[in-house]
Design a protein around this ligand. Structure first.
Ligand code: CMP
Length: 197
């Protein structure tokens, strides 16, 4: 008996039809395994504001997010125009600080990035802290680096809907990168990776 020849049901050598079916089955299994790996990752937008860029805090800010385990999937420096700023801060248009805010945000370039992770929107907001730097708790970015309402070093999307709109506002699809981080398996547990939430 030749052990190396694949045998069909009746113990005979497999025909080309059976071999095709085997290939299909193997393909389906790998597809299912890949689908299993898909987890519920969120993306959120962060802008490193002109005060932080000027104070050379950009590296420190990026490092904090990376150390936390968030994945950078897009990043660029950009000059924010009055047009985009008016849209971005439309909900503040009646506030007395609106004009000052536009001037501040357009003063020098900012750095925009998209961070990805499980519940990334809430995780990033927690790391950033409340608007007023003087009230932000130590350990948060604003708590550690800001003593101001306006110059509060970063912007982070408020919720999932805002994140979606803001990502579209500042990034083209082709600027957002889809890649698997090497340390992914060490950042989340097996359950967190395979289950939704
Ligand atoms: P952010 O929360 O990212 O988005 C709105 C921005 O408006 C806020 O950061 C500050 O930069 C700015 N801002 C909010 N409140 C005030 C205020 N009272 N005076 C000046 N600027 C403010």
């Amino acid at each position: 008996m030749d052990w190396h020849i694949p045998k069909g049901k009746a113990g005979r050598q497999k025909g080309s039809r059976e071999k095709r079916q085997d290939k299909k089955k193997a393909y389906k299994n790998t597809q299912e395994k890949e689908e299993e790996k898909v987890i519920d990752l969120e993306q959120t937008l962060v802008i490193i504001k002109p005060d932080a860029v000027n104070r050379a805090l950009s590296g420190e800010i990026i490092k904090r997010f990376e150390n936390k385990g968030l994945q950078i999937v897009a990043l660029k420096m950009l000059e924010l125009t009055p047009y985009v700023l008016k849209e971005h801060y439309a909900h503040h248009k009646d506030k007395d600080f609106f004009e000052g805010l536009l001037g501040f945000m357009a003063s020098i370039p900012s750095i925009a990035m998209i961070l990805q992770g499980k519940e990334a929107v809430a995780v990033v907001r927690k790391m950033v802290g409340p608007t007023q730097g003087r009230e932000a708790a130590p350990g948060t970015l604003r708590g550690d680096y800001s003593v101001s309402n306006q110059s509060n070093i970063v912007h982070a999307s408020e919720d999932k809907d805002a994140a979606e709109a803001e990502i579209k506002r500042f990034f083209k699809k082709e600027e957002i990168h889809d890649y698997q981080k090497m340390d992914f398996d060490w950042i989340y547990s097996k359950d967190e990776k395979y289950l939704k939430k």
